[in-house]
Design a protein around this ligand. Structure first.
Ligand code: ADP
Ligand code: MG
Length: 254
């Protein structure tokens, strides 16, 4: 049995029957506003509380904005960055502007996967990372969908060698089925899908673990909330035809 990496997200490790198997690359897929970024940041923050150094690769938002957003949930990573336990990789600004004065890790050219991988490798080595988040991988192949599979496999190869457990954020459109395309979906070890559905004039959040190599897991769609302390998942509840149902019996959620 592989060792488990605890997400530390309330309810989530129950759904995963203990956590994410170590070294897995997990695709975290969902439409806009479904909670992908918050989920992945919470995963990294909880890792820091368990002495597991982590890396956040920012492709969607300015690193300064990322740190600010995290601090709003009480996840202030600055201290950990100074101690060499957390690293932010700036793959957003391309080193243009002030960021080159204070960001330690910058990817200048996103069309050059080699540079991206070199910077990632260096950061993993420097802080002895155990957790890696790439938010989002979609950005890496948005203009060259035919390259998606190859890019995912190259990244996976690099990460597999380091012993890190990783979350690849995958952006899909509102109402889109699947998780981000066949090349991506088949390349990863796990898939978690976050959803936001309008039901009777109200948006409801839910998630489902579609695949997770190395473990059994709940096959149900579980509701979750986003609060000012982050995500809370309800392993004892299931979303069925738009209704939240309480699970009876032992109430263990799986
Ligand atoms: N403090 C908060 N309390 C409740 N919900 C929040 C809070 N902060 C953000 N959210 C919700 O989280 C959403 C953004 O989540 P995010 O992880 O950035 O989505 P994604 O990365 O999937 O686009 C917002 O649209 C909002 O609905
Ligand atoms: Mg996001």
């Amino acid at each position: 049995m592989p060792r488990r990496v605890k997400t530390g997200i309330p309810g989530m490790d129950e759904i995963l029957h203990g956590g994410i198997p170590e070294r897995n690359v997990v695709l975290l897929s969902g439409g806009p506003g479904t909670g992908k970024t918050i989920f992945s940041q919470q995963f990294l923050w909880n890792g820091l509380q368990m002495d597991e150094p982590g890396i956040y690769v920012a492709l969607e938002e300015h690193p300064v904005q990322v740190r600010q957003n995290m601090a709003q949930f009480g996840w202030d990573v600055k201290k950990y960055e100074e101690e060499g336990l957390f690293a932010m990789i700036d793959a957003f600004t391309a080193g243009i502007g002030k960021s080159k004065e204070y960001e330690k890790y910058i990817v200048h050219d996103l069309t050059d996967l080699r540079e991206f991988i070199d910077v990632l490798r260096q950061a993993i080595k420097d802080i002895k990372a155990k957790r890696v988040v790439i938010d989002s991988v979609t950005t890496l192949y948005i203009n060259k969908p035919a390259m998606a599979r190859s890019i995912i496999l190259q990244l996976k190869r690099v990460l597999a060698g380091t012993g890190c457990t990783s979350i690849f954020v995958s952006q899909i459109s509102v109402g889109e089925r699947g998780f981000g395309g066949p090349g991506v979906e088949h390349g990863v070890d796990g898939i978690i899908r976050l959803d936001l559905d309008e039901i009777d004039g109200e948006l409801k959040r839910s998630l489902i673990v579609w695949k997770m190599r190395g473990t059994s897991h709940s096959l149900r769609r579980h509701p979750f909330d986003i609060t000012d302390k982050g995500i809370i998942v309800y392993p004892n509840k299931v979303l069925k035809r738009g209704k939240v149902l309480e699970l009876g019996g032992e109430g263990n959620g799986y």
